[in-house]
Every structure is written in C-alpha cells, then in structure tokens.
Unconditional design. Structure first.
Length: 361
C-alpha cells in the first residue's frame, strides 16, 4: 500500500497536542510496518528556516513537501490511503480518506470560541465529514459527540486511544515518592494543561484555597502549561487567594522536567469541563501519581476505576477528593496501582497496530 500522512502539525518548533500525536504515530508505525510505503505530507515555503521536517523514521518513509499549496493529490500522486487530523484538506483523488477527530470542543464546549470561529470550524468539519471514508475518534466520548452533534453513524467511526510519550513514563517503576519521607521533599499538588476556561484552573485554585483554609494543608499548587485564550480569570483567582504565595505558575516545561514534576507530586488534579481524551491523566498514571479528575466527558472514561472522579463545578468536592488521597495512604496506593495498570492500555505500538489494521481494511 501507498499511505499518505499529513504531518504539517509537526513542523512547528513547539509542537502542540496534534503535532505530538502525529509524530508519535508516525514513529510507532515505523516500528511495526516495514512493508508499506509512507509519504509524509507537509507544507513550507522554499526559503523557510524556522520550520524543520522531522527525521524519517524508516526506509519506507519519505517526505512530500508542498511548497506551493497544490494539495496532496498533485504533490504525492496516487495513493491507497490518505490520513489527516485537520479539516482543511480535500479528499485526494481516489485515495481512501481517513480523518482523526480528537474532540468536538467547538460544539460541546463553545464558551472558548467566538461565534465566527465556531461557524468557520463547523463549515470545514461538515465538509470533511461528507468526504471522509472513515473517522477515527480518540475516545468513545468523542464518538458519541459525533453522533450527538452531527448525526454521524457510529459504524463510520473507529475508536483508537492514543499512546503516552515514553519520556513521560516513570523511570522508577512508576512508584511515587514515599509519603513517610514527606519532610525531605517539596509537597505540592499538580496541574498540567493549557490555561483556558475549559480546563477549569480557576476552579482548582478555589478548591486549593478552600482546602488550605479548612485543613491547614502544607502543600503548594504547581500549575504547568502555556497561556491559551481567556486566561485572565485564572491569574485573577490566584491574586484573590489568601494563599497566592503557594500557587506557582511554572509555564511550559521540557519532557524531562515535566516527568520529574509528575513523579514528585502528592496528587495530580485535572478538573477539565470537557476533553476529547485528556492525555495528562494518562501521563500522571504512567508516572505513578494518584489522580483526581472530572467525571464528565472523556476524563471519566480515561480515569475509570483508577482516579477519584469529581464534579468539576463543585470546588469543595474537588478539595475533599484531593484531601482523601493525601490523608489515606491505602486509597492512594490502590489508585496508583490501578493507574499504572490503566496506563499500560495506552501505548503507541498498540495505537500504530490499530491504525495499520484500519489502513489495511
């Protein structure tokens, strides 16, 4: 087979979620398939020194660079399959057109977008839905949302879970730092994610403030992630907290530093209102950290049985769940063990093999 893969999202210096997803998928496919031919589709200007093509992971992979925006069909020729996570490309000739849908945030949680943006995304989305031969959803929740908002027949949608980056897997067998040694290390609660309304970081700050006030907890709150949109209420919530000195914004971090933060956290909290998947939950599981997350959307799906699930709109519920994991060692150890088991279900080799089956079918 000749398989085309859209890798435009990987050319950015700081790869966002889809860029990381795509490069991990490509590398994993190289590990399980040395027979099919892969053409990696990208776009850049002839004189562009800021956007770099990723290295080719195998001899059966080659780059197809579209310097003049001609489109995949004209640049790559005939293919058996073309795969993308974007909504701006047309079906390339007679190739089977497969599209990953990571979320339907613009419809399920429209508060993060203005009406014009929602309309533009919706128009592109409806067009590709009509042209796609198959959709690949990152969770069963996303598959349900496709049916709920667009009436997509579930038979047109395959659910394939993403893997977790190997750099964000604990180097110490997934065991969290011992709690009987708390006096020798920093104590902190951790959040990782983009700073935007959907992630509910201001709700976490309220929960943290209430928790400190009610229990006298010595912990700090570490918030890791880049600024998204409408992030001002998050910083306002911190300024209004009487424990603002204990609320620390870490910005974005390289994988090694992020892994160490995961490993050292007392509890990882991910109180998002809506997620297409919720990869930081799995990253925390794989690093041996106990997790509190939302019962809503795919957070509840991913955290099933391994995390304490809370109502993201109830900051006291969130605070009590955090306190339970900190104070109850037996419960914490149980959740860490189940989290490690759950994390093993999300690996890129498995993801790549599932994609290869889809391509072959």
């Amino acid at each position: 087979m000749k398989i085309g893969i859209d890798i435009r999202s990987t050319l950015k210096k700081n790869r966002a979620g889809i860029g990381r997803y795509t490069i991990n998928l490509v590398n994993a496919l190289a590990g399980v398939d040395r027979e099919n031919e892969y053409l990696l589709y990208s776009r850049k200007k002839l004189v562009d020194f800021k956007r770099h093509l990723p290295r080719l992971p195998g001899e059966n992979f080659s780059h197809s660079v579209d310097y003049f925006k001609k489109g995949p069909k004209k640049v790559m020729g005939d293919m058996d399959v073309f795969y993308t996570s974007a909504y701006d490309l047309r079906k390339p000739g007679n190739a089977r057109f497969i599209i990953s849908v990571h979320d339907v945030i613009h419809r399920a949680y429209p508060l993060g977008h203005d009406e014009k943006t929602i309309k533009e995304i919706d128009e592109k989305f409806k067009r590709v839905l009509g042209e796609a031969d198959l959709l690949v959803a990152s969770s069963y929740n996303t598959r349900s949302d496709l049916k709920r908002f667009y009436g997509v027949n579930e038979e047109r949608v395959k659910v394939v879970y993403p893997g977790v980056d190997s750099l964000l897997t604990s180097r110490r067998g997934g065991l969290n730092l011992p709690y009987d040694d708390d006096q020798h290390r920093d104590l902190y609660i951790l959040f990782v994610g983009t700073l935007e309304p959907r992630k509910n970081v201001d709700g976490l700050i309220r929960a943290f403030t209430w928790l400190k006030k009610e229990s006298g907890l010595p912990h700090k709150l570490y918030i890791v992630g880049m600024k998204g949109w409408l992030y001002e209420p998050i910083f306002k919530a911190r300024e209004e907290s009487e424990f603002k000195k204990d609320i620390v914004f870490k910005g974005t971090l390289p994988e090694e530093a992020l892994r160490k933060l995961y490993e050292g956290a007392s509890v990882f909290v991910y109180p998002s209102f809506y997620e297409g998947f919720g990869l930081p939950i799995v990253e925390a599981f794989s690093c041996g950290v106990s997790v509190v997350t939302s019962k809503t959307s795919s957070c509840g799906e991913v955290g099933r049985g391994a995390a304490l699930l809370i109502d993201p709109g109830d900051y006291k519920d969130m605070g009590l769940a955090i306190l339970r994991l900190i104070n109850d060692k037996a419960l914490r150890d149980e959740k860490i063990k189940k989290g490690l088991e759950r994390a093993r279900e999300f690996n890129w080799e498995k993801t790549a093999r599932e994609f290869l089956t889809i391509f072959s079918e």
